[in-house]
Design a protein around this ligand. Structure first.
Ligand code: KG4
Ligand code: ZN
Length: 350
């Protein structure tokens, strides 16, 4: 039977010089499969995005996302094997995002990964998507090792974490309501900028001035954040101007939104480094592609002798290379070794 000897296989893999992991990611609107050696060397990282499909609806439609994952996933696997120039029998283990994310979308990746692991009789490793984002930094910086403070900012998550070692994370602060990327996307939608809004807000903000004050930071002393009040304040501001038939200063709104959303995150991340005595800060998640956030964190890092790391841009948003990397460290540390009963879970803690 599949699991009779899987733990022995895990032990054997842990002793190998080179470990090749196939990662599967389908938590939102990207179907991705990657092949990664020793957690750091990307042999292939194929990402089939559904952005064009969801743009029509102004955001991700979960049912549409699931269907498109089903249609794309076999082709994505073939491309990943071709690009890595590898046959499937060379894969040591399958790593898959099992949460957090859209449940139907996750189920496609999890079912696919389970079938592959079963058919190849190799270990199946469950990966937490939020932790996976952080591993994009291990791929971009080959010498980077934990411990450090992490700032994870994406469409679904906003968290400040203490990464004690590859598989031990301690949550320091998170959002009390919306994720930061989610609020950027919602404001962008009201401004008619299309989906996903983050990159468009980024570009327009660079042409504007942060001269509008929307809210007060009521969580100044905490490590937690809140973005729902800011989002509502910006949307109300736009609607009022529309009602009065006044021009909408889109670039200034984007610059002010970024300032109010990101400056508290910069301050909290640096404070977390100082309080917990770390001189490294690693940023990850789709929003870590933001140029204003990058610049402000780099400046604050310099002023406080803290080295700030960001993944290369293509590894900021969802991809399976980061999942394969997390899968490697999970496997090496006996974390997430799963069986055929692995379920997708939409909400999982860090
Ligand atoms: O990590 P990701 O691909 O998906 C989740 O796990 O949520 O992040 C997607 C988010 C979206 O909200 C998108 O608007 C945002 O990342 N994003 C950006 C930028 N590029 C992507 N936000 C701000 N500036 C960017 N350059
Ligand atoms: Zn993500």
């Amino acid at each position: 039977m599949y699991f009779d000897n899987i733990l022995e296989k895990v032990e054997k893999i842990q002793k190998k010089k080179d470990v090749i992991i196939l990662g599967v990611e389908s938590s939102c609107d990207e179907t991705s499969i990657a092949i990664v050696k020793n957690g750091r060397e990307v042999l292939s990282n194929i990402i089939s995005t559904q952005i064009d499909i969801h743009t029509r609806f102004g955001g991700v439609v979960p049912e549409v996302a699931s269907r498109n994952h089903v249609m794309a996933i076999v082709g994505v696997l073939e491309s990943a094997l071709n690009q890595a120039n590898i046959t499937i029998d060379k894969i040591d283990a399958i790593a898959v995002t099992y949460g957090a994310g859209l449940i139907g979308a996750l189920m496609v990746g999890v079912s696919f990964a389970k079938s592959l692991a079963y058919a190849l009789s190799i270990p199946l490793i469950a990966v937490n998507h939020i932790r996976g984002h952080m591993c994009a930094n291990y791929i971009s910086y080959k010498d980077l090792t934990p411990p450090f403070i992490g700032l994870i900012v994406s469409g679904g998550h906003t968290a400040i974490v203490e990464v004690k070692d590859y598989t031990t994370y301690n949550l320091i602060g998170s959002t009390l309501d919306d994720a930061v990327g989610e609020s950027l996307d919602k404001v962008a939608r009201v401004l008619g900028l299309g989906y996903p809004g983050g990159p468009k807000v980024d570009k327009l903000a660079s042409e504007g001035n942060a001269n509008i004050k929307f809210t007060k930071d009521s969580l100044k002393k905490s490590y937690d954040s809140s973005f729902s009040g800011l989002k509502t304040a910006v949307i109300n501001y736009v609607h009022k101007l529309e009602q009065k038939k006044k021009d909408i200063p889109v670039s200034d709104i984007c610059a002010s939104l970024e300032y109010e959303a990101f400056m508290p995150l910069v301050e909290k991340s640096i404070r977390a480094c100082k309080e917990h005595r770390y001189d490294k800060l690693c940023v990850a998640g789709g929003v870590s592609a933001n140029s204003f956030l990058r610049n402000k964190l780099l400046d604050a890092g310099k002023q406080n002798d803290i080295k700030v790391f960001f993944p290369e841009l293509k590894l900021c948003t969802d991809n399976a290379a980061m999942i394969a990397s997390m899968g490697y460290y999970n496997l090496m540390n006996n974390v997430g070794i799963s069986d055929i009963n692995l379920d997708a879970v939409s909400n999982i803690p860090l």
